[in-house]
Design a protein around this ligand. Sequence first.
Ligand code: HSE
Length: 309
Amino acid sequence: MKEIKIFSPASIANLSCGFDILGVCLDKIGDEITVRKTDKKGVTIKKVLGESLSTDISVNVAGVSAMALLNETEVDCGFEIEINKGIKPGSGIGSSAASSAGSVFAINKLIGEPYTKKELIKFAMQGELAASDSKHADNVAAVLLGGFTFVRNSEENDYFKLNTPIEIAFTVIHPKIELKTKDSRAVVKNQVPIQKMIEQSANLGAFISGLYTENYDLISRSIKDVIIEPLRSILIPKFDEIKYESIKAGALGCGISGSGPSIFAMSKGIPTANCVGEAMKNVYQDLNLEYDIHISCVNDKGIQILNSK
Ligand code: HSE
């Protein structure tokens, strides 16, 4: 195989109760990445379409993660990357994760798959580190493994997939303001009162139990964040109203998508997710602010190959 084109999807990290450890992979929205082998060793980013991003491999996260992989792997060729960004950087739906995970997934395929998808997570995390000064694996694990994913310990490379209840659907509203993960992490406090730790871990356990037992009521009761959301939500226009109206329209729960500014709502069934989208639109209609709305099922497969030759 000399060339591969892949679709690297968007993702939602945290899902309210699992800061830095829970993630879910979305459908339809994502980056398209083409990687081709070259005779000259090393990595080059030939072009980036859709967004104005650097093609410097020490700056562009796709280059950073690719180099992390190649620094640990013997190969006798180089790689040329083209990225068509479908996800806006700083949107909170895993833009850097899609590019970081996408480039290592594609290179791994081109060199005969020496790494499992789980093993690629540590390389993709280097892209996250470059983008946000933080090595969180929640988005890249979801993109590479697909479905709902859990990060038990990234130092130990311990990640796993969770069950996906068949009817889960997401509505995501992306207010078009850029909120850098670095800035959004800066408002998070380093210490957590024990009572909040108890509430958050109780919700996390119950949420995961709800995924496995397909208990939508339990899932609904558990989509809560008593630690991070109160600190970050003030950075997002009309967050409380969006949350209130989404739940009123039938969502199981609603919270900040990753580090924001996108807001997600989780529903049972696409028709409800569509109603939630309408409710979200109504909240934003009088604001002088552009936004996008995405409705998505859970993408259980993660990154997909579009073609190869
Ligand atoms: N878990 C990370 C955060 C995700 O919330 O900062 C960033 O995309």
